[in-house]
Design a protein around this ligand. Structure first.
Ligand SMILES: [Cu+2]
Length: 326
């Protein structure tokens, strides 16, 4: 696949392409279990925590999530109850645009491009993206949990500014169709009201940059960790998206080359379920602009793990780290 050229506005314009495809249905539920409280103080604390923790559930090919949340630090708990691997990335739309605009102005164009790429017509597919509207380049990716395997939960903490966001999963079905086309896209309004959450205390810090890849401040150890991810820079990689971080547990059958190849939506076989054998995805964080940070929870039991970015040639870019927990 071609490397996008910054001198070519046609390609440059699609460097921030989020895959906003068809939104068929948006489900939402408030997903909070308020436990019994013993004192008013405890009640108050509990309310503060709950006001900033947002649970998003996938049962099949959907997002069950609130349609409105406060701005500021927010912990997203993503519960994947389905039989497929999913994630969500938060895409902040430019002022005045909604999911309806995406459906009208973007979906048909994007579908055309993807169909061509899936048919092996890469150049024609890329040319089709040139029909995207100008405002498409103003969409900003602002994190979200990394890939999450079936029957698995993940937690990612982000600092969100007010605005209108779209949550999207663009993993592909075995037939090459994006999950977003199957309904895995939902609108999320982030209000001016501020959450009371403060950022968590991290146990491990990592920087991610196009220059140096992944850099960690310490070795990994067993037990519960909060990993702080600092986006030292951000660029459009060969597949037009930026770098991010996904955590996976590997069993003996896992093939790192297969994993690396899979982490590229622009490859007709990439990002398509089932995921390569022996790999269980445990979350992480989606891409964010330079200077932003995210936190994600990891519970390391004995075994082998990988941290990998969803970019082509992750190993060469030092965006693939494998480690063992005894
Ligand atoms: Cu999905």
């Amino acid at each position: 696949m071609k490397t996008p050229s910054t001198s070519n506005s046609h390609f440059f314009r699609i460097t921030t392409i989020p895959m906003l495809l068809l939104s068929i249905m948006i489900l939402f539920t408030a997903c909070k279990n308020n436990k019994e409280k013993n004192s008013s103080e405890e009640e108050e604390t509990s309310e503060i925590l709950n006001s900033s923790k947002v649970t998003v559930v996938t049962q099949l090919m959907d997002f069950q999530a609130p349609d409105e949340i406060p701005s500021g630090w927010t912990t997203f708990e993503y519960v994947n109850n389905s039989e497929d691997t999913h994630f969500f990335v938060l895409e902040k739309l430019p002022e005045g645009k909604t999911i309806e605009d995406s459906k009208r102005d973007i979906v048909p164009v994007f579908q055309e491009g993807m169909d061509l790429i899936n048919a092996g017509k890469m150049d024609e597919g890329l040319a089709a993206f040139g029909k995207l509207p100008e405002w498409f380049s103003e969409i900003i990716f602002l994190g979200g949990p990394g890939l999450v395997s079936p029957k698995t939960k993940a937690e990612t903490t982000l600092n969100l500014e007010p605005g209108y966001y779209v949550m999207e999963c663009y993993v592909k079905m075995p037939n090459g169709m994006f999950h977003s086309a199957m309904g895995m896209v939902a609108a999320l309004q982030v209000t001016n009201e501020k959450s009371n959450l403060v950022p968590p205390v991290s146990t491990i810090k990592m920087d991610i940059s196009s220059e140096k890849g992944f850099e960690f401040n310490k070795e990994f150890s067993s037990g519960l960790h909060i990993i702080e991810v600092n986006f030292a820079d951000q660029i459009a990689h060969e597949h037009f998206l930026g770098h991010d971080v996904h955590l996976a547990k590997l069993d003996d059958t896992a093939d790192l080359e297969a994993l690396e190849k899979w982490m590229n939506w622009a490859d007709p076989e990439g990002f398509k379920t089932p995921v390569p054998e022996g790999i269980k995805f445990l979350g992480g964080t989606q891409e964010m602009p330079a200077g932003k940070k995210a936190y994600f929870k990891a519970n390391f039991n004995p075994g082998t793990y990988a941290l990998i970015a969803e970019v082509p040639n992750a190993a060469k870019k030092n965006m693939l780290t494998v480690f063992k927990i005894e």
